[in-house]
Design a protein around this ligand. Sequence first.
Ligand code: ADP
Ligand code: ZN
Ligand code: ZN
Length: 819
Amino acid sequence: MEYFVDVVLPIPLARFFTYRISEQESDFLKPGMRIAVPFGKSKIYTALCHQVHQNPPEAYEAKEIHQILDDVPLVNAIQLKHWQWIADYYMCTLGEVVRSALPSAFLLESETLILPNKNQEVDEADLRDDEFLVFEALQHQESLKIDDICQIIDRKNALPVVNRLLSKQVVVQKEELYEQYKPKRVRFVKLSGIYQNEEKLQELLDGLTRAPKQSHAVLSLFQLQAETKKPIKSSSLEKEGNVSKAVIKSLIDKQVFEQYYLQRDRVEHHGEATKEGIELNRPQQEAHDSLQLQFSSKKRVALLHGVTSSGKTEVYIKLLQRVVDEGKQALYLLPEIALTSQLINRLRDYFGNKVSVYHSKYNLNERVEVWNNVLQQKEKAQIIIGARSALFLPYSDLGLIVVDEEHDQSFKQFDPAPRYHARDAAIVLSQYHDCHCLLGSATPSIESMKNAKTGKYGHAEINERFGKVLMPDIELVDLKEATKRKKMKGHFSERLLEEMTETLNAGEQIILFQNRRGFAPIVECTTCGHSPQCPNCDVSLTYHRYKNQLRCHYCGYHMVSEASCMACGSFTLDKKGFGTEQVQEELVTLFPDTRVGRMDLDTTRGKHAYEKIISAFEQQEFDILVGTQMVTKGLDFRNVSLVGIMNADTLLNFPDYRSHERSFQLLTQVAGRAGRTKKRGKVLVQTYNPYHRILQQVSTNDYTEMFENQLYEREHFKYPPVVRVIKVTLKDKDFNKLNEASEWFAEALKNLLPQERILGPEYPPVARIRRYYLKNILIKINLSRSPSKIKKGIKRIEKTFNAISQYKSVRLVYNVDHI
Ligand code: ADP
Ligand code: ZN
Ligand code: ZN
């Protein structure tokens, strides 16, 4: 008898590869175990076992495997099925899904670089002989490839040794090094409650006459508070009030002062759950009960539509509690984890150490650890919070998947393949686990709301904010009018300046939203009309004043910005449009005494830069936060009472069938940052089109009308969710070849699918990126037709296409549903 195994290699080839194994190996191997296999002339790959069988491959002689790497499967059957679904549905290969699903530490290959772990004391006695050889070699060399290690230990397969060394943390794999963010703990002090009363305070001061230092400290605190109207840091009392640490301590001991920490540890959470249960308020309870009922009456997916700050999270927590009590696993998906430390802490308050976080920005060790904890169904990984990659963990018994902010665009992965949508893939995963899936949003996507309205999904609503806080008051400011009447200072209308001044005087904070980063997106010579373009992409370069650079926002190209025109040499350069950098700069002149922070791609590049800005703003280290999209997401700042949208028009004019839906979502979300406690928040939206329907709907908070309008337009123009869409993008550096190839492809599609609407080929708005010319073909498919058949047809066309030698260099990219 001969024995064979089909394996998945983490490469973009759409097939299994067959290797020869022994009878013992065939008994031992199970799908989902890793195997080291030779590939090509001299490469080694880590592959996943798919199936053991006895049929020799027809086209080639099967090679033997090197070694089995796992004792038990690392990937379970549900995962394999789910990944296959992703590959089929999103038109990529299973290998591509595997490569992106498994932490790279699980996928060592000949080219992987191994480094000594400098942070670990190694006891050489703990090492086996072969391990020691590698360890020693790494004392003399900075890094080794797996191939080098094979030579050192004189064996054709080094993966088992390296895997052991990795788990002993003697070596590390080369990767970008990420560190966890450990914020400083900041201590604040305030007068104890009883002394807030003037009489009591006087009594206190009288009692302190013989302790002049203490009485000075009390007065200083009192004064600082009156001046700044802000929480007072212990350190500022020391510095500005000239009070010693010892005096502060003795006043705390005497319970005259109270100390507290405004900012807790954002990522690490030590210790146990601190909150017992939650009391839902009535609207929350009703939504919760209704969801329970719908879940138990066979609705697998439900949509929770609750306005911003209505307390959706509390409802999720209640539902999660039940799952945890049943001993099952739960997954809480979020659009972007960088934005979630607030939420992680909230969940840990309830579930203590049962919450683990999984994110591609975490370092490899941490990711491997979480993977193993989920695989072994450890209690500490019972609830996983994560961005889209958390979908791929080895869950065996999910009880609930929550998809928070389900409308968010960042659930879609655009590059590289698999180009999947995590919300949609989560719904499929819930089917495989036979568990419930809850989508939540203040501004649900059109497709989810449609599914809720047609009864495909369950549906519940919360229409008021928690604590009956009023929805923010949204005012549209007409920029055309303001400009005509000369009521603008830079990009600020008088109206916005008025509100800002008032807010600052009250000691409250402001968020300003501008959709673009940089200083000015277009620099144009008024003499000759020249405007500098990116040499790699079809876009103009954005001016960044701080670095005095012109930068491309598509490929990162940058150059020094010259004072004179590059074409004609004249000094008549005009800067058009504006970005966050310019807003920040104008603020310096408009409000010279006010501290301003900025949050966009440029200021959040460094390690933890993002968390630092948020935590500084929370601690009121600055008063105004200027930012792009990043400031819109789920953040809960207590002291923000004014939000200003600098210019709503750039959002609305984006050429995309979803741009109106997105504008509504974005503006509503950013408006939702205002006035989350007690006082009603104020939002000012500056625009040249105050009568634009979407802006009217934002200002009246009319989701329903927005939904109906948008659905009507989608029906009229045939866009999702009324039809399905697949976008085929062709890319090549050669302009003529690309045109020819895309004509060929479109023609083939039209022949194959005479009943579908095939649009294009057409250039996208930015028709060249990173030196590649782009062309799109859009396929619209009626809901009544089988998308899987159509996808198979397209794949057949691709095969023929790839066989045409002159098109060999042309790359094909598919985007399914979300284009
Ligand atoms: P959403 O996610 O809907 O925007 P959150 O869940 O963030 O709203 O809730 C808004 C605020 O109200 C949070 O600070 C939260 O702690 C508070 N909150 C909501 N529901 C309750 C509740 N039942 N008990 C106590 N506090 C609540
Ligand atoms: Zn010029
Ligand atoms: Zn570019």
